[in-house]
Design a protein around this ligand. Sequence first.
Ligand code: IMP
Length: 203
Amino acid sequence: MKLVIATRNRHKLDEIRAIFHQPALEIVSAFDFPEIPDVVEDGTTFEANALKKAVTLATATGCWALADDSGLEVDALSGEPGVYSARYAGEPVSYKANNEKLLANLEVAGDRTARFRCVIALSSPSGVARTVEGSCEGTIGLEERGEGGFGYDPVFIPEGHTLTFAELEPEAKHAISHRGRALRAAAELWGAMLEQHPADWPE
Ligand code: IMP
């Protein structure tokens, strides 16, 4: 059975492939459908964007689709960058510029608490979609540390740890991350959806 991951973000795709593996499942991605244009992420919530990406890819390809919309919420910045995490420092998208802007904006902040949030949407080929969510609490460090991961990983220290996500081994990140938690819930949701929509099973 085929599942399309509705992303052209290589880092997200690698993490999703590492976490969401099921027997007899062929995982493909938006890279395999170059004729389908990028989905405009104009929702104001993670859920709205995840649903839009999953339903668009599923109905355009005729396959089941899985989409991830995620970001970092920083308490001292009233939840920013939130759904705008990817483009926090503007275009062109730069993880380095985003981290520098975040550290500059937190220079005088006493409270450095934050959380990563991830909403996963699953859509059947006919566009029947559901979502699940995962989050990971932590704090923003004083500087970038580590070479692993992507995005804000070098500045995010998960609760109960001293290393940043970028300093942890990938398996250690996935065990506690927002994406790991959401994808483990998505595996259960998918099983339930397949039972509910047998007409969507491939021949
Ligand atoms: P999206 O494509 O709108 O979901 O963008 C998500 C953005 O949130 C990414 O570009 C990163 O900046 C950030 N982000 C999401 N998940 C992670 C993660 O696991 N580590 C670091 N940054 C992340």
